[in-house]
Design a protein around this ligand. Sequence first.
Ligand code: ADP
Ligand code: 5GP
Length: 189
Amino acid sequence: MVAEASDAGRLFLITGPSGVGKGTLVSALLQRHPQIWLSVSATTRAPRSGEQDGQHYFFLDRGAFEVKVAEGGLLEWAEFAGNCYGTPREPVEQQLTAGRPVLLEIELEGARQVRSSFPSGFQIFIKPPSFEELERRIRGRGTDSEDAISRRLERARVELEAESEFDAALVNDDLDRALAELEQLMALA
Ligand code: ADP
Ligand code: 5GP
């Protein structure tokens, strides 16, 4: 299934194991298609070096995150590798109403929640060329502790089994090739 030709006001979602290259692909996609609005998630994870509050994430402590959940302020949320992550609801609804294509880059449990609240959304799963390459990329990124790497790889095995739930899947082998395939799936090419 390919996304409709008009992507105005459509909800796109990208999932895939940590380290597969989602962030890299999404930032290349946004450079080429600035009309797409990328949701900024809330998280209890500590900022990595270079990450800005409000730009990469809204960094919250557990208490503040729980308040957001209790207020119904998150469209979806999930715990991942020991931290909470969630999508602020209001900006997504505003952008969709304004007719902009909206992109979420989130993990599997969140994708499942969005599937029930936005069944017309288009969900894409990003795969690594191999599990060994996934591990190389997570380690090569150099941002995670050994403990975080283990948790992420453990979770990756579960996520990789969920590929068939998605509307489409693509392998992030060569970045330019994968980007072109993503553009095609989103009917942007
Ligand atoms: P994610 O957002 O899925 O956790 P990142 O975008 O942070 O993953 O990418 C993880 C690492 O893999 C980074 O160091 C990135 O530069 C590298 N990477 C991303 N895409 C590719 C690719 N197609 N080939 C080789 N390395 C890649
Ligand atoms: P990271 O800590 O590497 O930035 O992200 C870890 C995982 O959390 C990634 O798989 C990422 O897609 C996911 N994630 C980021 N934001 C959200 C969100 O708002 N909700 C959910 N469910 N997952 C998210």
